[in-house]
Design a protein around this ligand. Sequence first.
Ligand SMILES: Cc1ncc(COP(=O)(O)O)c(C=O)c1O
Length: 442
Amino acid sequence: MIDVSLTQALRLVSPTRHHYFKPFSDIAMCGNSTSSPCRGTVDTQELQQVALFEKCRQFTKAREMQGAGLYPYFKPISESEDTVVVIDGVKRIMLGSNNYLGLTHHPKVLEAASRALHRYGSGCTGSRFLNGTLDLHEQLEGALAEFLGKEACLLFSTGYSANLGLIAGLVGRGDVVYLDKLDHASIVDGAKLSYGETERFNHGDLGGLERRLERNGTSRGAMIVVDGVYSMEGNIADVPGLARIARKHGAALALDDAHSIGVLGPNGDGTAAHFGLIEEVDIIAGTFSKSLASIGGFVVASESVIHYLRHHSRPLIFTASLPPANTAGVLAALAVLQQEPERRDRLWANTRRLQEGFRSLGFEIGPTDTPIVPVLVGPLEKTFLMWRRLFDAGVFTNPVAPPAVPPSQCRLRTSMMATHTFEQIDFALEKFASIGRQLGVI
Ligand SMILES: Cc1ncc(COP(=O)(O)O)c(C=O)c1O
């Protein structure tokens, strides 16, 4: 299968002919009934003259991996039964999903999404600001604010845009935003989009953070933004330490709880609740693309902060709102999350089994405290080779490569779901063990 897609990929980018959309000549040709199709082609020589595309021609790394049959990205799933997916016609255990509670296939979630689809249609066709607000959006905002113990909530179309909208919306000229070096890319991009200054401290280095805050003084607006759970490492942020520093220096503290909602906290209510520090954390951002089994994002905070963001957040205002089926699905998933706490128990039982299994086999899994379990492999080529052998053996994982990690510390990121069975986990561990031994990882 890989060879077929490789052939197709090579045909599309063959050295002599490129499929290439030429807007002006195509418009002329489209008006002529005897013309060839609207999409034209252009030869390499012409492409080479466009300086901008030079980087595209020079980018060969991914094609080399494709050629070697080791390319692990963009694998199309043709069917999904929760913990088992079909790729290239073969069933594989999904060990690389963020569907922590296994709610993507829950009957109540599917039923709610389907009802909303028929009542409201397939999309909102506009921004929240104008024609794109549904009563469902407001219901979900109310439910999330209450669940997370904050006054108000604002929905975004993705978790990525929630971070962009939060940071660029609040951090203005003269303000400073402080980021942990392992913060998610959406937090980094939010800081780039803002008009404020960005200071990045080493991962978990609260001394370094405090020195930066002292240097900048308290007269400037300041916000500290960190992941509640780090998405590649699986460790939990030191919220008590961060909250103490934020208070001392008059900074706002924001957590990205993408990987914590449904996982941490007495009710699955996230990292602040896990530490009993809901009051001390000013803002919580999150996503619906993980435990809440859909797509979309949110920010919860005080009413005045949310009111301000509603009127100043460009990634909210200048994009279409969350589709009805997704919004209703998330509302249902949030209800199930609260009504079925046994799912969280099951997730943690599975997490312990996987972590203990890896450790007893001799794998290095780092400081994870959560269902995110990264397995250190080493160099990139070996990591991709291990990924491929696991894939062929029926286990789907996610390779993590530079720049997300240093070149010698590539890893396979695995993650648990509440709906994995012990048999599936043991099967995956067995495959990891034999392939890990073949490749000298253990
Ligand atoms: C920590 C963190 N924040 C934000 C996001 C973005 O979420 P979404 O997929 O909803 O855009 C992710 C997703 O990978 C994430 O891991």
